[in-house]
Design a protein around this ligand. Structure first.
Ligand code: SF4
Length: 223
């Protein structure tokens, strides 16, 4: 699956990046490369639908606890109060455990390699790769449910989508084969936004989609 023809890859990259420059979403965590801020944002976004609530909680937490060590020493109840609007109270304890590990085992700095990130409590494949790409600028593919759905449709993959696509080697390799070197951050963000805004789960907007000329799903349904 990773042996894509060069022109197809270039066309997908160009079309998606052009779309993203006009239609990509703006969030405060996209204005920074601070790995702690990125990790915090990804933990708050995990299983959270309403982005507005996350923005407020993210801002509040960063002001009150500007470093992993500061948050590691925080009172769990105070954090719970700050993130209660997200409806996932158990995350307060997770955030303290996570930053305590960073503080105690990594000198208060978020590690820069996949293995060390995955060893942190509450950090899975998706979050680890997001931090590596968005904070440390590494050319690593990121796969979540939205990205997996785009890949399935774009390349006409058969069979059901896996329950945890972030851990599926074939999808990670396929996503990696699309990455434009040096522009992985922008491209990965574009894929996330594209899955949320255009190639949506139940009603993909194929009629207005910039990838429609190269999309297997669209081509097969219009033949
Ligand atoms: S044409 Fe439709 S299915 Fe294909 S990528 Fe675009 S929105 Fe998704």
């Amino acid at each position: 699956m990773s042996d894509l023809a060069e022109p197809d890859v270039l066309e997908i990259q160009t079309r998606l990046l052009d779309w993203f420059r006009i239609s990509g979403r703006q969030f405060p965590w996209r204005q920074t490369c601070d790995p702690y801020a990125m990790l915090l944002a990804e933990k708050l976004l995990q299983q959270t639908v309403v982005r507005e609530g996350v923005v407020q909680a993210y801002d509040d937490l960063l002001v009150a606890y500007p470093t992993p060590t500061a948050l590691a020493e925080a009172d769990v109840e105070s954090i719970r109060t700050m993130i209660q609007s997200l409806g996932l109270h158990y995350r307060a304890q997770e955030l303290v455990a996570l930053t305590r590990e960073i503080s105690e085992k990594h000198g208060g700095c978020v590690p820069q390699d996949l293995k060390s990130l995955l060893a942190l409590p509450g950090v899975g494949d998706y979050i680890a790769r997001a931090v590596l790409c968005f904070a440390f600028g590494q050319d690593v593919p990121i796969v979540d449910t939205n990205v997996a759905r785009i890949l399935y449709r774009l390349f006409g993959l058969s069979g059901p989508m896996p329950a945890n696509p972030a851990r599926k080697r074939n999808l990670i390799e396929l996503a990696g084969s699309l990455l434009p070197t040096g522009q992985s951050r922008e491209f990965n963000l574009a894929m996330l936004d594209f899955g949320a805004l255009v190639c949506k789960s139940s009603s993909p907007e194929c009629d207005h989609c910039p990838l429609s000329p190269v999309c297997e799903f669209n081509i097969s349904t219009t033949e």
